[in-house]
Design a protein around this ligand. Sequence first.
Ligand SMILES: Nc1ncnc2c1ncn2[C@@H]1O[C@H](COP(=O)(O)OP(=O)(O)OP(=O)(O)O)[C@@H](O)[C@H]1O
Length: 251
Amino acid sequence: MSEALLAVTDLRKSFGALHVTDGVSFDVRTNELHAIIGPNGAGKTTLIHQLSGALKSDAGTVRFTGADVTRLSMVERVRRGLARSFQITSILDGFTVLENAAMAVQARSGSSFRFLRPASKEAALNDEAMAALARVKLDDRAHRRAGSLSHGEKRQLEIAIALATGAKLLLLDEPLAGTGHEESAVLVALMQELKQSHTIVLIEHDMDAVFALADRVSVLVYGRLIATGTPEEVRTHPDVRAAYLGEEEAA
Ligand SMILES: Nc1ncnc2c1ncn2[C@@H]1O[C@H](COP(=O)(O)OP(=O)(O)OP(=O)(O)O)[C@@H](O)[C@H]1O
């Protein structure tokens, strides 16, 4: 767990006069779960968009597997294994769960299945898609319409879609938002398991989940990282307690 899979240096993004990402530098090591926390409006989602390529950075660099990807599009970053778990809106409700995952495999592999005849091509796509669904424990829902899934299951499907793209690093933006207690427990267990094989950058407001899952935590406040460390280091950091975790934690 030492090599940096993702290295972010002095990243910047402004909207008008508002410096939303204000010189952010951090790295994510292979096979770590790195959580980014911060108060509402701190700039977490903007940062994730800059990492995924959904938003162009004004300045700074993003390096992934040693290569500079700062100017690459989102599609090119996904091809290299940097995938954001897409919002629920990107799930195609009218298609089955399996078809949704298979489309992600196809988007990634394009040419790699070209030599197969159509029937075996479809079988190969479906095998990979089923493997991704099995990873998120949705294989028993494979033939249901995606629109019939519960909210939590849709979150699982989003993660399966990211896995099906062949992601090495998963960018997860508030996967627990809007989930109930049971759904949230399923997703936490899933992330616990996924971090054995994947590197994960997690944005999450649920602090119990963050402190249970994260190897390291970075704290973003007004577009700047005020601390990066183990959950314990961050929890006891005086600036973090003052700026973010609040009086009840500091008491
Ligand atoms: N496209 C945009 N144009 C103008 N301002 C924006 C834009 N996107 C984000 N902002 C502003 O940037 C700031 C950071 O927003 P962002 O959504 O990145 O924060 P966040 O930490 O993810 O917040 P939350 O925890 O509430 O999801 C906010 O003040 C927001 O209003």
